[in-house]
Design a protein around this ligand. Structure first.
Ligand SMILES: *Cc1c(COP(=O)(O)O)cnc(C)c1O
Length: 354
């Protein structure tokens, strides 16, 4: 730390992204990326846009916002595009949370929420998941604080039903309820249809997972006009050109090729269920997942040791050290071939350690 670093950030522990080691070629199942590249039309659109990189992009991201809103049956002023959904989540903490408007979220969830809270000086409370690691929606009714829930939750992959999400939105009419739907396309129910009825509901999604565009950094939020207007105020006060020209063009082409991604999500969900069965056959406990990853543990080897042994053999998964979940590992669903390598390697490790 330099002697110039502001005191307000001096004690900040930043988010730890999944590791991206370069020492060898790994089967990379640790950051929930799609195993499938974007379709040719998206790559073409990005190339064309790159030829105009001397020009600033459209700050209002008009064409993409209109296409996205139409895709979800909304009006363009009910949608906002951002630089990854991490950005809209941070904008929401900036816009709606402060020392008088604290926030609650589960004790086991996306690791960025406490970081955004600390970054923005927002007090927060962590509500424990139930013993089975699911969220109890009753814990979030009438909390008189803002709420952020990932649905499906990370790293468990478990989802609440639409009725349960609605109960949380309806149960906190005077607070903002943020539903982070980064993984919704892999099998959960989206709450986007509720925003016309709940002026306190902000739904965020991303192109990073189901749309194979983690490298482009494109996320979005849906909410009533006034919520989106507030978030736009923060955006124009922070970074008006937050969506670069190449990403905007790629995003538009992605929306025009929706069927490609729907099919990929179906493939990932199928591979997920096959992998779950195979892990269970090896003695793993695997949480029911509606996302593109599995959260699994076994008493045949510790979570940490399995992570380490897999990495030594060229397979990367994600291990978290939090007490409640340190027996588990989060495994991204890759291609069927990648999952075959994972399962073969797990089998070999279990045999060796038996
Ligand atoms: C991946 C992820 C995000 C954000 O990803 P971006 O790449 O910034 O869009 C948000 N929430 C959860 C729970 C995630 O797993």
């Amino acid at each position: 730390m330099s002697r110039f670093f502001s005191e307000k950030y001096g004690s900040l522990t930043p988010y730890t992204p999944g590791e991206q080691p370069q020492d060898m070629q790994y089967v990379k199942l640790n950051t929930n990326e799609s195993p499938y590249p974007p379709p040719p039309a998206v790559i073409e659109a990005a190339k064309e846009a790159a030829a105009k990189l001397q020009l600033y992009p459209a700050p209002d991201c008009k064409a993409l916002t209109a296409a996205l809103a139409a895709r979800y049956g909304l009006s363009p002023d009910e949608a906002l595009l951002t630089n990854g959904s991490d950005e809209i989540l941070n904008f929401a903490f900036m816009a709606f949370c402060d020392p008088d408007h604290p926030i609650v979220f589960p004790d086991i969830t996306y690791g960025f929420y406490p970081v955004f809270a600390k970054l923005n000086g927002v007090p927060y409370t962590e509500i424990p998941l139930k013993a089975d690691l699911s969220i109890d929606p009753a814990d979030y009714v009438g909390v008189h604080k803002n709420v952020v829930i990932a649905n499906p939750n990370a790293p468990t992959g478990m989802a609440l039903s639409l009725a349960e999400i609605e109960r949380v939105a309806a149960g906190n009419p005077d607070n903002v309820v943020i539903v982070d739907e980064a993984y919704v396309d892999f099998g959960a129910e989206s709450a986007v249809g509720l925003i016309s009825r709940y002026d306190n509901l902000l739904v965020t999604q991303t192109f990073s997972k189901s749309r194979s565009m983690a490298g482009a950094r494109l996320g979005m939020g849906f909410g009533c006009r006034s919520l989106i207007a507030d978030l736009n105020t923060v955006k124009y006060a922070t970074n008006p050109y937050n969506i670069n020209r190449v990403t905007a063009a790629a995003g538009l082409a992605a929306i025009e090729n929706d069927g490609y991604f729907t099919e990929n999500c179906r493939r990932v969900a199928k591979t997920r269920e096959e992998t779950k069965k195979a892990l269970e056959a090896l003695g793993f406990t695997v949480l029911p997942s509606k996302s593109n990853f599995l959260f699994a543990k076994t008493d045949r080897i510790s979570g940490e040791a399995l992570y380490r042994e897999l990495k030594a053999r060229g397979v990367l998964i994600r291990h978290f050290t939090q007490e409640r979940i340190r027996d588990y590992n989060r495994i991204t669903i890759g291609s069927p071939e990648q999952m075959r390598i994972l399962l073969d390697t797990v089998r070999a490790i279990l045999e060796e350690t038996a």
